[in-house]
Write a new protein. Structure first.
Length: 346
């Protein structure tokens, strides 16, 4: 018969390393001092971990979003801003002078000028945004531009309905043409927005021809396009001098240029309204404010879109197309705004 096993056999001889919890009978107090609140909270969180090198893990209070690396602002190139400002001024002068040649039964010269601007819009925007089936989208947009100009000149009643039908037909043709090609079918979803923007942009310029057929439409074109051209030009000139405060580090534009450009464009339209028949300084200032702000914001949105493409890793496109895109987009959006203000306000 073996001797009985001692009750101390198998027990840890170190009393300090005993497991937490009551050591006595059930319901009895645990031996030793009572743990404080800090010890209890530390026991709930578990043991404190250490990183490699002896650095302790961050506490829960210190844990948060990771520190973002500072983004270096894009340099504002003054010669480039001056060049874009000059292009915006020339574009506005050409459209305003072309509108003065329009008259009853004599709108072909203005339609030719508008068609030239539409071709510039198609080339700049297709080269800058580079949709799938680029050549197909460019050709379709050119045909849509010509059809919209013909519809604006030849329709019996001046209105936007024929232009809307042309825009819808051109958009469907552009999308179907990309669906037919197997290579472009994979990216057809990406090209929907690009095709829609280009087609609607070229049709928007045709609203100027329709507006010239409305009473007081030529004067409204003069007021609105002068306000838009002055706003775009002053905004770019201000960026060349003082691009502050920066709206985004990746966009080389300043808030001062946007605000000053819209204000100077509105002031210019008010001055024109005091000399043109059928306008007052107040009415001219109202429609000038809408078109000037629309043009400047469209130009700014183009800058944000370009910065987004570069941040996404897309290769930069043709230099001249990227910088023509902003003023052309500003005038394209200002044209239907001028039509709406003339029909609803005057």
């Amino acid at each position: 018969m073996f001797p009985s096993t001692s009750p101390e056999t198998g027990r840890d001889p170190w009393a300090d390393d005993a497991p937490d919890g009551p050591a006595g009978p059930a319901g009895g107090p645990a031996p030793g001092p009572a743990p404080d609140d800090d010890a209890g909270s530390r026991r709930q969180r578990g043991p404190r971990r250490f990183r490699k090198g002896g650095q302790p893990r961050r506490s829960e209070d210190d844990e948060g979003e990771p520190d973002e690396e500072p983004v270096e602002p894009v340099e504002v190139r003054r010669p480039l801003s001056l060049t874009v400002a000059g292009f915006a001024a020339l574009l506005g002068v050409g459209l305003v002078l072309g509108a003065q040649t329009a008259g009853p039964g004599h709108r072909l010269p203005f339609a030719i000028i508008v068609f030239g601007v539409q071709l510039l819009f198609v080339l700049a925007w297709t080269m800058a945004m580079r949709p799938p089936a680029l050549l197909l989208v460019a050709l379709t947009s050119g045909v849509v531009a010509a059809a919209a100009d013909v519809a604006a000149v030849q329709t019996d009643v001046a209105g936007l309905a024929p232009l809307g039908y042309v825009a819808l037909g051109g958009f469907l043709v552009g999308v179907l043409g990309q669906l037919v090609r197997r290579v472009d079918r994979v990216r057809v979803t990406d090209s929907l927005g690009t095709t829609l923007l280009i087609v609607v942009g070229v049709v928007a310029f045709a609203t100027l021809i329709t507006l010239s057929r409305i009473p007081a439409g030529t004067q409204a074109i003069t007021v609105c396009l002068v306000a838009a051209g002055v706003a775009l030009t002053v905004a770019r000139l201000t960026d060349a001098v003082l691009a502050w405060p920066r709206l985004a580090p990746q966009v080389p534009r300043g808030a001062a240029g946007v605000v000053v450009g819209a204000m100077v464009g509105t002031l210019t339209s008010a001055l024109l309204g005091s000399y043109l028949v059928g306008f007052t300084p107040t009415s001219a200032a109202v429609i000038g404010l809408v078109t000037a702000a629309t043009a400047v914001l469209a130009d700014l949105a183009v800058g944000y879109a370009e910065a987004g493409r570069l941040m996404a890793g897309e290769p930069p496109t043709m230099w001249i197309a990227r910088h023509m895109q902003g003023p052309l987009g500003g005038f394209a959006l200002a044209a239907p705004a001028a039509y709406a203000m003339c029909v609803l306000f005057l």
